[in-house]
Design a protein around this ligand. Structure first.
Ligand code: ZN
Length: 201
């Protein structure tokens, strides 16, 4: 096994040592507890399951109703994509589709696969871990959410905006996604795959 690892909080390169039981070791730079490792596997799985369940109502139930004069339109994220497309903004429509629907869903699926026992995925586990790493920087539900909030504030002067139930599902999904990122025991998962590879050779 590799003799060094990165602090999960500040990325400081640390040497792996064998510590006595009962001892608590902190990172010398940021004081993050590096030993004993907190086992966040099950909590991460629970947050992931919650995020996956919330994904569907967040995308199906209307998020906002915009009323201008006598006309009013209630939108879900998916109908928002269609509206943008119809209004002649295919690039924006594609970006919303990609970063607010496809990538967040893919991230949850890949995170779910990475959390499975290494025996299930066997050699494909390494590929899953790599994809998990690649997709880590591409989830933008939080930025999308910020965009929605800015739109609400900006449009408030000349339109009546009503926040619908879907908005709260979207917010809850965003919190759960952030929780999954926080709790993801990346170091522990890599170690598991390494151990599995060594054992199966
Ligand atoms: Zn640190």
């Amino acid at each position: 096994m590799s003799s060094s690892f990165l602090c999960p909080d500040c990325d400081l390169l640390l040497s792996r040592m064998t510590y006595a039981r009962g001892i608590r070791v902190r990172c010398p730079r940021c004081a993050h507890v590096i030993y004993p490792c907190r086992n966040t596997l099950n909590r991460c799985r629970a947050a992931l399951l919650a995020a996956l369940i919330l994904f569907f109502p967040a995308n199906i139930i209307p998020v906002l109703t915009v009323e201008v004069g006598f006309s009013s339109q209630t939108s879900t994220i998916s109908t928002g994509v269609f509206t943008l497309w119809r209004e002649g903004m295919p690039v924006v429509a594609f970006m919303v589709l990609l970063f607010a629907i496809i990538v967040p869903f893919l991230r949850l699926v890949i995170a779910g696969l990475a959390l499975l026992p290494p025996q299930v995925l066997k050699r494909r586990g390494l590929l899953v871990m790599r994809w998990h790493h690649i997709l880590e920087d591409w989830g933008m539900v939080d930025i999308f959410m910020l965009g929605v909030l800015v739109a609400i504030v900006k449009l408030n002067d000349f339109a009546t905006i009503t926040v619908e139930r879907g908005f709260w599902f979207l917010a809850a999904m965003m919190v759960m996604e952030l929780r999954v990122v926080q709790l993801m025991p990346v170091e522990q998962l890599w170690q598991r795959y390494h151990k599995f590879q060594v054992q199966s050779q």
